[in-house]
Design a binder for this molecule. Structure first.
Ligand SMILES: *Cc1c(COP(=O)(O)O)cnc(C)c1O
Length: 396
């Protein structure tokens, strides 16, 4: 039967090209499609499923909570919302949490919070310096904050107030600071931009600049947070304490959950400034509690660091073997630099491998990005490397 006859996908609004696959089951690092073919998943919903597919702890939290209460209304407290906020503040240098549903929404909240703080404490300053090639989401304000090529015109006019600096170039940031500047916002590792880490010195330099000019230091940890980089939050790698942090992706382990966090000094929303129908939804925050408890269990983050180091070694070996451009990243957010623009072709051929496929991602034509589950097995890393080696040989 033709794919479109079996699955009437034409009713879905077109937004991107998708292969004719319908995934029906997932377990750990493996997905199964409509034909029963299995795929080793090194994308995990774009670094979302930090505990792999169908994690037992998450399933238990979700089903237990579903039987208790799904939605009392965001106008009231609920137990999982309180518990997750406490977990997050206990395990970070932040004091306050607002929950939302997506990374973009958390970043919108961060932008609003910074503008509110600027109104109250900095003479109406509102500009937030962001980085070229950054990615902060797909709402109008977060697209304007992003430094993605073409995004300044695609849905023009932009939301004003986001001058762009160069990542890892402190002077380029300092040159943009003026009376209207309220903050600096960046990803500790640019994910969509091609897995480009901010250096430790740059992060520390930004903290110092923010202190000197009374600016808010905002980190978008939607992709880098929640254990992805081997520490619970990636800014810990530089030993800096930001004023505002956003979380998404991994915090829900696959369910729609995100968070905006800040220090007590910055929490300046007044009644009615911020909200949202599903904020603090108990079904999602219950899952978030399970995720954070598993990530902070003794030894877990160390195992992410160990597996990250192992993946790095294996990627470097591949790079040496095929004369590629090396690898980069932090923890289990890594990229292999190819020597030609064969990323998209590799992604497709990896998916079509038989009898088992491999899911990879190419954020740039000459780059492969690896975002496995944080509990991926070493044998699964070996298997992925073996499959990739075969493909690189074939294309060499
Ligand atoms: C994915 C991502 C976002 C957007 O998150 P959504 O949940 O898709 O809105 C924002 N910032 C970064 C760094 C991301 O990786």
């Amino acid at each position: 039967m033709a794919f479109a006859d079996e699955f009437p996908v034409q009713s879905l609004m077109y937004i991107t090209n998708r292969p004719e696959l319908v995934f029906t089951e997932g377990k750990g690092s493996w997905l199964t499609d409509q034909h029963g073919k299995r795929y080793l998943d090194f994308v995990q919903g774009w670094a979302v499923n930090c505990l792999g597919h169908s994690n037992p702890g998450m399933i238990e939290a979700l089903t237990k909570q579903a039987h208790k209460i799904i939605n009392p209304s965001p106008a009231f407290y609920n137990e999982p919302m309180i518990a997750l906020a406490k977990l997050l503040t206990d395990h970070s240098g932040f004091d306050k949490v607002f929950f939302a549903n997506s990374g973009a929404e958390a970043n919108e909240g961060a932008i609003k919070l910074a503008r509110k703080w600027g109104r109250k404490h900095k003479d109406g300053a509102y500009e937030i310096i962001t980085m070229d090639h950054s990615f902060h989401g797909r709402t109008l304000a977060t697209m304007s904050a992003s430094g993605k090529a073409g995004w300044d015109t695609i849905f023009a006019p932009q939301v004003p107030g986001f001058p762009k600096a160069e990542l890892n170039d402190l002077a380029s940031v300092e040159a943009l600071i003026n009376d209207k500047t309220v903050g600096i916002m960046l990803e500790p590792v640019q994910g969509e931009g091609g897995v480009i880490p901010a250096t430790r010195e740059f992060m520390q330099g930004l903290r110092a600049l923010a202190d000197k000019h009374k600016l808010l230091f905002i980190v978008d940890e939607v992709q880098t947070g929640c254990g992805r980089c081997g520490t619970l939050f990636a800014h810990e790698l530089s030993g800096v304490q930001p004023d505002i942090m956003t979380l998404g992706k991994g915090i829900g382990g696959g369910v729609p959950l995100s968070a905006l966090m800040c220090t007590a000094a910055v929490a300046s929303f007044e009644a009615g400034d911020q909200g949202g129908t599903y904020n603090g939804n108990p079904l999602m925050t219950a899952v978030g509690c399970s995720v954070i408890e598993q990530l902070t269990a003794p030894g877990f983050l160390q195992s992410v660091q160990d597996k990250g180091a192992y993946l790095r070694e294996q990627l470097l070996a591949l790079s040496g073997e095929f004369g590629l451009g090396g690898e980069r990243g932090e923890g289990l957010l890594r990229a292999l630099v190819l020597n030609r623009d064969i990323g998209p072709q590799l992604v497709e051929e990896a998916r079509e491998l038989q009898p088992q496929g491999l899911l990879l991602n190419a954020p740039r034509p000459n780059l492969l990005r690896f975002m496995p589950a944080l509990n991926v097995e070493r044998e699964e890393i070996d298997l992925m490397i073996g499959m990739l080696r075969g493909l690189l040989k074939k294309l060499a």
